[in-house]
Write a protein that binds this ligand. Structure first.
Ligand code: ADP
Length: 650
């Protein structure tokens, strides 16, 4: 057959043009693409050999060989896979039929239309196979012989719109791709030198370590001659030798049988692959063979990364398809709240040539993600019931994530909320230890109708809150919500085992025992008899407070500030303000203890005249005290201090 020249299909031309002229920096992925094609070709041959042994012609030593050549500045990648005949070369290397590639071009067109910058990682996101060789090549030569056929063919192109095709000699089956490297990709001054053994070795480690077939390369080594006893012979010249080395470790840890993997193997893998330093807290290794086939190897690390809750933290799971690395940090697999989970998923049902955008919509990915989430939650549930100490360690590191998960699922996932609420722990007023909601409800007395909680920055401050006194006296257990996100999570849960949550600083306490009912009645009466006083305190305070009330919850303290049952609490208001969202204000209610000596003093001052400066000052001081107890800075501290000083001097 004489040498023929063929034009590339229009779309292929477009793609090639892009490859050659792109300002794309991550060109190194071409090697991954070619190696993964070679590995696929061996897969195909192996598959064919299952029904037709002859096709192997007695050779089933599958391998991929890399040959860098510094003199001719070429890099050759050869495989002894299925190979291609003439028609296949025209079809596979001259046209684009792949949906992934088409989608890639469409995306690119869109970006151009929208006039956005050519995005750097676009090619990386897609994986564009064979043509990526043109990112580093001046010329690409493919010599291939289809297994079981005699003729071999040479395909060659400089990526300039056409390629040539001719018959040639090749004594073994398979494909040999020779890349004549562009000037930036060989030599000492190269951006990246693809004729350098060490560069190639590290790229194989990075992208193709788990390819199932050996990726080999020759290394020149120098050996010092040794005598019979293995001692170095003095003065003897070193001998240069060529040694064939396999660059990849081949069997991915996750494809091994669980029984063959030790704890150390898992831990070593986590450290090597995910830059962790400590032993993992939890390892999940699962193979699934349902509607979607996949293997997942996931870890909960020992420590939360320092920036886990900052915007610069990048969560995500690695994706592999048939052991070939597709993507790092895929965010679409697990929900945000499991962002601390590390690991990978390997599924033949995920395509190598797929964009992030397409992945997001991938049904397979969604199924895998859902299953993995279920596995993780189930195992945490088990840990909580079987290994309390271990669970508490987990909780200390990642508890906040689960609470955020609840809050984020508020409008979407009742199912998830129901699972996550079983995993919550709160510090209890009973013993200062962690308690789950289930444990709380189980040990609460029958007369108690609600689950009580208090918010604050630390245990000691909450314990001293005036609102706590009555509950302590009655022996009612209170959950301490020490993180601002806690109260938001509680809001999202709404009830647990049909019991409502009740903040000790919001609305009425609704205590049901006989004594409390008595106090309630008495308070109502006191409120009636002191109606004028209460109204005038409110008037003196103006719109600083929404309401002034005679309190039924205070024991030894004179005042406290609570929020209305509807609307945000004071601590939520604080959180909103910290997030630059000061719109959400708690409705403040000032409660005054009618049994406190100060109440009598107020009455006296009131009787003397509600417009007197003394009465107004007292009201103001009371309110400011209540603010301070809640940890809220008074608007005018100087004014407050001056008034106290005056009072002390009297
Ligand atoms: P993809 O690998 O996604 O199919 P490529 O553009 O990388 O897309 O390759 C196109 C086709 O060329 C492959 O599907 C395969 O049929 C053929 N091909 C590429 N490399 C080889 C190879 N080393 N051996 C045999 N066939 C190959």
């Amino acid at each position: 057959m004489a040498k023929e020249t063929h034009e590339f299909q229009a779309e292929t031309k477009q793609l090639l043009n892009l490859m050659i002229n792109s300002i794309y920096t991550n060109r190194e992925i071409f090697l991954r693409e070619l190696i993964s094609n070679a590995s696929d070709a061996i897969d195909k041959l192996h598959f064919a050999s299952l029904t037709n042994k002859e096709i192997l012609e007695g050779n089933n030593d599958y391998e991929i060989f890399l040959v860098p050549d510094k003199d001719s500045h070429t890099l050759t990648i050869s495989d002894n896979g299925i190979g291609m005949n003439r028609e296949e070369m025209v079809e596979n290397l001259g046209t684009i039929a792949k949906s992934g590639t088409k989608a890639f071009l469409e995306q690119l067109k869109k970006e151009k239309e929208e006039n956005t910058e050519f995005s750097d990682n676009l090619i990386g996101q897609f994986g564009v196979g064979f043509y990526s060789a043109f990112m580093v090549a001046e010329k690409v030569t493919v010599v291939s012989r289809r297994a079981g056929e005699k003729e071999a063919f040479r395909w060659e192109s400089a990526g300039d719109g056409s390629y040539t095709l001719e018959e040639c000699e090749k004594d073994s089956r398979g494909t040999t791709i020779t890349i004549t490297l562009g000037k930036d990709f060989y030599g000492d001054k190269a951006e990246e030198n693809y004729t350098d053994n060490w560069t190639l070795q590290s790229l194989v480690k990075k992208y193709s370590d788990y390819v199932r077939y050996p990726i080999k390369m020759n290394f020149e080594v120098e050996e010092t001659p040794k005598d019979k006893d293995g001692k170095v012979i003095e003065g003897a010249e070193t001998i240069k030798k060529t040694e064939v080395r396999t660059l990849n470790s081949m069997q991915p840890l996750w494809t091994k049988n669980k029984s063959e993997i030790t704890k150390e193997d898992y831990s070593k893998f986590l450290k090597n692959q995910f830059h962790e330093w400590e032993e993992p807290m939890e390892v999940f290794h699962n193979k699934a063979e349902g509607t979607v086939e996949y293997t997942s190897l996931l870890y909960i690390p020992a420590k939360a990364p320092f920036n886990l809750y900052h915007t610069d933290y990048e969560p995500g799971i690695q994706l592999y398809s048939r052991h070939v690395f597709i993507m790092d940090k895929c965010k679409d697999l697990l929900p945000d709240y499991l962002g601390f989970v590390k690991g990978l998923v390997d599924s033949p049902d995920l395509s190598l040539n797929i964009s992030r955008e397409l992945l997001q919509q991938s049904k397979e990915l969604k199924t895998i993600g859902k299953n993995m989430e279920k596995t993780i939650l189930k195992s945490l549930e088990k840990k909580l019931s079987k290994d309390r100490e271990g669970y508490e360690k987990f909780w200390a590191e990642f508890g906040k994530s689960l609470k955020i998960g609840i809050y984020n699922s508020m409008f979407t996932g009742n199912d998830i909320i129901n699972k996550l609420k079983e995993l919550l722990l709160f510090v209890s007023s009973k013993d200062g230890k962690n308690v789950s909601l289930k444990e709380y409800v189980e040990r609460m007395p029958e007369s108690q109708k609600k689950i009580y909680y208090a918010t604050g920055t630390d245990q000691a401050t909450i314990e001293k809150l005036p609102q706590m006194e009555l509950l302590k006296e009655k022996g009612i257990e209170v959950l301490y919500l020490l993180d601002p996100v806690d109260e938001f999570a509680i809001e999202a849960i709404r009830t647990y085992a049909d019991k409502e949550f009740q903040s000790i600083s919001r609305g009425d306490l609704d205590l049901d025992d006989a004594e409390s009912q008595e106090v309630k009645k008495e308070t109502e009466e006191l409120a009636k008899t002191n109606d004028d006083l209460i109204k005038d305190i409110k008037e003196a305070l103006g719109d600083k407070v929404a309401e002034v009330k005679v309190s039924a919850r205070l024991k030894s303290s004179a005042v406290c500030l609570v929020a209305d049952a509807q609307g945000p609490s004071l601590s939520m208001e604080h959180t909103f303000a910290a997030m630059d969202n000061p719109m959400f204000k708690a409705k403040r209610i000032l409660e005054i203890n009618p049994h406190h000596a100060l109440f009598e003093r107020l009455k006296t001052l009131h009787n003397a005249g509600k417009d007197s400066q003394d009465f107004k000052d007292y009201c103001d001081l009371l309110y400011t005290q209540a603010l301070i107890i809640e940890g809220i800075m008074p608007e005018n501290p100087v004014d407050f201090a001056n008034k106290i000083a005056e009072l002390m001097a009297k």
